[in-house]
Design a protein around this ligand. Structure first.
Ligand code: NAD
Length: 261
C-alpha cells in the first residue's frame, strides 16, 4: 500500500478535528477477523439464501433452519477477534477524534476492540442477544444455542412460550427506531463520515452517509470494491481496511492500543 494513502486518510481525520469523524461500517471491516461478508466470493449469500422476517414468523420450518444456520454463523462470530481496523477506530474514539460508530454489523467486534456500547449504533441489531417477540424477554445467545444443541430445534420463550429471534434485523423487518435516530444525528453533525467495508447496497442504512454530505461534511470510503458514493467522496481507498486504518492510526499518532481484557 502506498504510504501516502494512509497519510491522506489521517489528514482528513485530523482536519475533521475533535469528535468530527463518524465511522460507518459494514461487513467488510470484519472480514479480516475471519467473518465472511455477504457479497464477496465465499460470503454468506453464496451459501445461504436469506430468511426474511415474514417467512421466519410464518413458518416453524424457517425458524428451525434459521437456528440451525446460527449454530454455524454465530460460532464464527464467537471465534473471531477484533482486527487492526476495529482497533484503529477504537483508538481514534479514545483519542476524541471519533464521535461514534454507526455499524451494520451484528458481530460486536467494535465493542470487543474497546468501544463502549454507547459509542456504537447497531443499525441491524446484535447476534449476541435473543428476544421474545411476544413478551420482550431477553436472553444471551449462548444460552439459546445450548438449548438447540440439547435438542430443542426451535426453542420457545421460557417466560411465555412465544417466538424467540436473535436481535438481528432480517429483510422485511424495520430498523430499531432509536438506533436510526441516533445514527442520523451523528451523521448530520459529522464533519467527516468514514465509510469502511460496506457495499452500500442495503437500505435504509446505505442512505445514511448522505446526511453528512447534505449537512456540508465530507465522505471518505475504504472499501475493496466500488460503491455508489465513491464519486462524491473526498478520498476513496481500495486497500484492506485493517492495513489502511492501522497505517492511518500510526500516521495520526493514535496512542492507545489498550484493550479491555
Ligand atoms: P456487504 O457484504 O454487502 O459489503 C461488504 C463490502 O466490504 C464489500 O463491498 C467488500 O468489497 C468490502 N470488503 C470486504 N472485505 C474488505 C476488507 N478487508 N477491506 C475493505 N473492504 C472490504 O456488507 P454490508 O454493506 O455490511 O451489508 C450487508 C449486510 O451484511 C449488513 O446488513 C450486515 O448486517 C450484514 N452482515 C454483517 C456481518 C458482520 O456482522 N460481520 C457479516 C456479514 C453480513
Amino acid at each position: 500500500m502506498p504510504p501516502t494513502d494512509a497519510a491522506r486518510l489521517a489528514a482528513l481525520v485530523r482536519a475533521a478535528g475533535a469528535g468530527g469523524t463518524v465511522v460507518f461500517t459494514g461487513a467488510g471491516v470484519s472480514t479480516e477477523s475471519g467473518i465472511p461478508d455477504f457479497r464477496s466470493p465465499g460470503g454468506f449469500w453464496t451459501r445461504y439464501a436469506p430468511i426474511g422476517y415474514r417467512d421466519f414468523m410464518a413458518d416453524a420450518a424457517m425458524r428451525e433452519e434459521s437456528w440451525r444456520r446460527g449454530l454455524h454463523t454465530y460460532g464464527a462470530i464467537v471465534a473471531a477477534a477484533p482486527n487492526p481496523a476495529h482497533r484503529a477506530i477504537a483508538a481514534w474514539w479514545r483519542d476524541g477524534l471519533v464521535a461514534g460508530v454507526v455499524t451494520q454489523n451484528i458481530d460486536g467486534l467494535h465493542q470487543r476492540a474497546g468501544l463502549p456500547d454507547m459509542a456504537v449504533v447497531e443499525l441491524h441489531g446484535s447476534a449476541h442477544r435473543v428476544q421474545c417477540l411476544a413478551c420482550g424477554a431477553l436472553y444471551d445467545r449462548p444460552s439459546v444455542q445450548a438449548r438447540i444443541l440439547n435438542g430443542e430445534a426451535v426453542p420457545p420463550c421460557l417466560v411465555c412460550g412465544g417466538i424467540l429471534k436473535a436481535t438481528t434485523i432480517s429483510f422485511g423487518q424495520p430498523l430499531p427506531p432509536d438506533a436510526v435516530t441516533i445514527a442520523e444525528g451523528l451523521l448530520r453533525r459529522a464533519r467527516l463520515c468514514l465509510i469502511v467495508g460496506s457495499s452500500l447496497v442495503v437500505y435504509p442504512a446505505a442512505g445514511l452517509p448522505r446526511l453528512t454530505l447534505a449537512a456540508g461534511g465530507s465522505l471518505a470510503v475504504v472499501n475493496a470494491t466500488e460503491t455508489h458514493l465513491d464519486g462524491l467522496a473526498a478520498l476513496v481507498l481500495r486497500e484492506p481496511a485493517g492495513q489502511v486504518l492501522d497505517a492511518a492510526a500510526r500516521a495520526l499518532g493514535a496512542t492507545s492500543d489498550e484493550r479491555p481484557p
